[in-house]
Design a protein around this ligand. Sequence first.
Ligand code: C5P
Length: 237
Amino acid sequence: MEKRELLYEGKAKRLFTTDEPEILISEFKDDLTAFNGEKKSSEAGKGALNNKISTELFKVLEAEGIPTHFIEMMDDNHMLHKRVDVILIEVIVRNIATGSLSRNLGIEDGKVLPFTLVEFDYKNDDLGDPKLNDQHALILELVEYQDELDKLRRMARQVNDILKPYFEAKGLNLVDFKLEFGKDKDGNIILVDEISPDNCRFWDAETGEKMDKDRFRQGLGGLTLAYEEVLNRILNK
Ligand code: C5P
């Protein structure tokens, strides 16, 4: 299958149509942005690493019964996937406090949360992705029914229940992550976007070393090396 029209260019991916109306191609870019686009850079090889990591993780989740948009990895930087109507809610799952949770609520960085926290952010760059509660989401008509919000939370927890032990077995703590969902042509809610160190935080279980985009956000360097290490652990290399 080949790329046809550019549908949309995001910060980390380009989205193309194909000859099949229900199938799209994502091209994973090497570009990196943080702080709502204020900090920008590019790291050769980053896009391919995220494509490979996402491919493996979508396969793991599909095998455990989570419906996703993933069809196949085409080559280093391209993934074939289903077309959906994206739900403009970023579902954030947290096992350990850090990042905006620690900043906003003063919870000690690194504190293991007493239970898994699931939050909603409004996917809206102009507004800086503000926090949403269920009533906000319904007033904004981001979904039609409360049931759908409950389903997003339920699916996000299922993903965490699968990936947290999966990464623990590979010596990585899954600190937090962001998921996106969409509705397929039959109206089913499925997992979309990517699952990679760009939108997950991984800390090495032994050393506490950050193995994710915080290396870029915090100017720590060694980003692609860390992403490569995450991929190698996934592949048991
Ligand atoms: O910045 P914050 O602590 O809220 O991020 C929580 C998690 O969600 C992190 O893993 C981060 O990478 C991810 N995230 C994201 N895209 C955003 C906001 C957060 O991937 N726009």
